[in-house]
Design a binder for this molecule. Sequence first.
Ligand code: NAP
Length: 294
Amino acid sequence: MIDGQTQMVGLIGWPVEHSLSPVMHNAAFDALGLNWRYVPLPVPPGQVEAAVRGLAALGFRGANVTVPHKQTVRQMLNSIGPSARHLGAVNTILIVRGEDGSTRLGGYNTDDTGFAGALRMGGYEPEEGRRAVVVGAGGAARAVVFGLLWSGSGEIVVLNRTPQRAEALVSDLRGFSDQGFRLHTLPLTVETLVESARSADLLVNATSVGLWPQSERSIWPESVSLPAHLTVFDLVYRPLETRLLRQARESGANAINGLGMLVRQGAVAFEMWTGEAAPVDVMRAACERALGRV
Ligand code: NAP
């Protein structure tokens, strides 16, 4: 029930109607008996400044931010957290209201900790001496590389179809860690992928290859078995079992789907807004139910 005490959060993006976040967060509020609601907020390009001012004026406690506003929204906030600053993108806003009614808006990025948490839950510990191959160089790949760096991973190789984009990612993030890590790039081809994966411990798909409705596509060639010693993490969660993850299971590799990352980045935002421990299992089950309906 919504009443005069209900606290509001929402998702700013364009489009937002297919997002799982409303289902995930509202299930969490219900499970903890919190009088909070999460609503989708479709904001067309060019309207994000008005939307963010509106959130503060309307008493919202915060918001998530998705494409195409993750970069532009930074200019409208009073402070930016370290991950959001390094990644150049905000996915969570926290609105703090002073006693005089003034508001301060903080921008954060929870994708990197979401990824690292899901990776560990999937049984992989990123550490010195372990080698990761990340395919993709978009916003999600940046969060993955940043999450690996934070977690102390060893060598990281970024492969991307457009090599310049991978080079930009590496040059932006290379200066971040002083742990002697090695971060470099290769153009994405079947040969570079297969060769890099042979000597790696972790393979991450951070591209949109395999995403519904093109679910039969995979970054990995059908003619080659995936090395059985690998952990394969696919950020795609529509469908939950991508073709890449099927290939991984068939060759005996450890396969992790993208839902854990979605749930964990949501859990960090939930805890920031409410101050309560997020009911992660409830959030995951709500997403699985919603995905079952796709
Ligand atoms: P993005 O910024 O648009 O980047 C897309 C990436 O996919 C680029 O590296 C692009 O390569 C690559 N790509 C697209 N089509 C390709 C193809 N046919 N062959 C090879 N590479 C291709 O998107 P994003 O925000 O990083 O998201 C990437 C994926 O991660 C999406 O599937 C998204 O749903 C998923 N994701 C999941 C979570 C989660 O919580 N699980 C969070 C964020 C994103 P080019 O640079 O060459 O174009």
